[in-house]
Design a protein around this ligand. Structure first.
Ligand SMILES: Nc1ncnc2c1ncn2[C@@H]1O[C@H](COP(=O)(O)OP(=O)(O)OP(=O)(O)O)[C@@H](O)[C@H]1O
Ligand SMILES: [Mg+2]
Length: 378
């Protein structure tokens, strides 16, 4: 084995999310050339991506993460040339602005995993650009942006999702996770959070960002790693404390996202009163009774769910957030439970109006949809 290298970075993005990236990064099991050659991906020139995004125009920006801006662009997939806006294939181009090893390592890890994995609930990586200092990634465009935008952005561009669509998105994300944890993939995702759950025009959820992913435990054995990487608020307590990592750490993060879906509140918010800043701690006492859960539900979806459905999702969150990882459900169990909940919901009249209607582009119909540019219809 070659030598390991250490990097110590704390990366903060515009939402003040703090990524934990104090890391000892082992050498990749495959060389960079091997990864780039074996991935079934297209290699783009910087010039093509610059033209495709209209010179990385500010009004093409879809969002920003710790590693750079994400732009909307257009390409011709056959010729791999830039296309005129509104023609060809719509893409999302992530441009890394992080210099140094960490950004490059995550860029390569993303290619390593997404170049090999394929599932309807994982975002599709179309290609990449590696030219001089430029590191870019080219993804399928997810027209409704991230779950984070829908839950937390207070603007006319992003409307809050209704209850049924929240369940649909949670189910899609659970299916993505179940695939990652399956014997076919054996991947621990490590960065499950609202901003990494992207939503397409039909509200199908797809997981993105595999820069922190890691090969999963073989035969149920767990990793003990000096690496602690993820996002504060979502990372499982045992992982934060000891670096002890199993696929059940992803399930904890799923539980945090379920709480965010229920309450419409971010998992950590320093602007809330001190006892409410950490959502998991604040919400726990409210999660076990039908009466109490109503106190913390997102006021924007009042009347769209039965108290039975709300408490079932809350119970699922409680199980995911179990302090002892072995008591957390598997991703397959999450899928099953959320499918049952969806069936239950279909049988009830609540929110039927919203889902019974066809969603029509970005126009407001039934369930609220995007009505503006960012992440939607630039
Ligand atoms: N394929 C895509 N299609 C549409 N929008 C996207 C796509 N990928 C990313 N975005 C938008 O860009 C935003 C930033 O994404 P990015 O993955 O860079 O960072 P993040 O997940 O918000 O934060 P972090 O760096 O901590 O992972 C997303 O929240 C989303 O709104
Ligand atoms: Mg992301």
């Amino acid at each position: 084995m070659g030598s390991c290298f250490s990097v110590h970075l704390t990366i903060e993005n515009s939402r003040n999310d703090v990524k934990v990236t104090s890391a000892t990064v082992p050498p990749s099991p495959r060389s960079e050339d091997e990864i780039l050659q074996s991935a079934n991906l297209k290699s783009f020139t910087f010039n093509v991506l610059r033209t495709a995004t209209r010179n990385f125009r500010p009004d093409s920006v879809l969002g920003e993460g710790g590693f750079g801006l994400v732009f909307k662009g257009w390409i011709d997939e056959q010729s791999l040339t830039a296309a005129r806006p509104g023609t060809g294939t719509v893409i999302a181009v992530k441009r890394l602005n992080q210099e140094g090893l960490q950004g490059h390592q995550e860029w390569l890890t993303e290619i390593n995993y997404l170049g090999q994995l394929s599932h309807p609930n994982l975002v599709k990586l179309i290609g990449y650009c590696l030219e001089d200092d430029h590191r870019l990634l080219v993804y399928e465009f997810m027209s409704r942006g991230s779950l984070e935008n829908h839950l937390f952005r207070r603007s006319s561009y992003f409307q809050p999702l209704c209850w049924n669509l929240r369940l649909k998105v949670a189910l899609g994300a659970a299916k993505g996770l179940a695939y990652l944890h399956s014997p076919a993939a054996k991947v621990i995702y490590r960065d499950f959070k609202c901003s990494n759950i992207l939503i397409d025009s039909n509200y199908n959820a797809k997981l993105s960002d595999f820069g922190l992913a890691k090969d999963g435990p073989v035969d149920g054995k767990s990793h003990v790693s000096t690496r602690v990487m993820g996002t504060y608020g979502y990372a499982a307590p045992e992982y934060m404390a000891t670096g002890h990592l199993t696929e059940r750490s992803d399930i904890y993060s799923f539980g945090v996202v379920l709480l965010e879906i229920l309450t419409g509140k971010r998992c950590i918010d320093k602007n809330r009163p001190s006892n409410e800043q950490v959502l998991v701690d604040f919400a726990r006492p409210y999660l076990s009774s039908k009466r109490r859960i109503l106190h913390i539900m997102d006021p924007r979806i009042i009347g769209q769910y039965s108290s039975d459905a709300a408490i079932r999702v809350a119970n699922l969150a409680v199980r995911c957030l179990a302090r002892e990882p072995k008591y957390r459900p598997t991703a397959n169990e999450l899928v099953k439970e959320l499918e049952q909940l969806q069936e239950l919901q279909k049988g009830s009249d609540i929110c039927r109006k919203e889902t019974g209607r066809k969603h029509n582009g970005n126009k407001k119909v039934g369930c609220p949809t995007l009505v503006g540019s960012r992440g939607g219809s630039i």
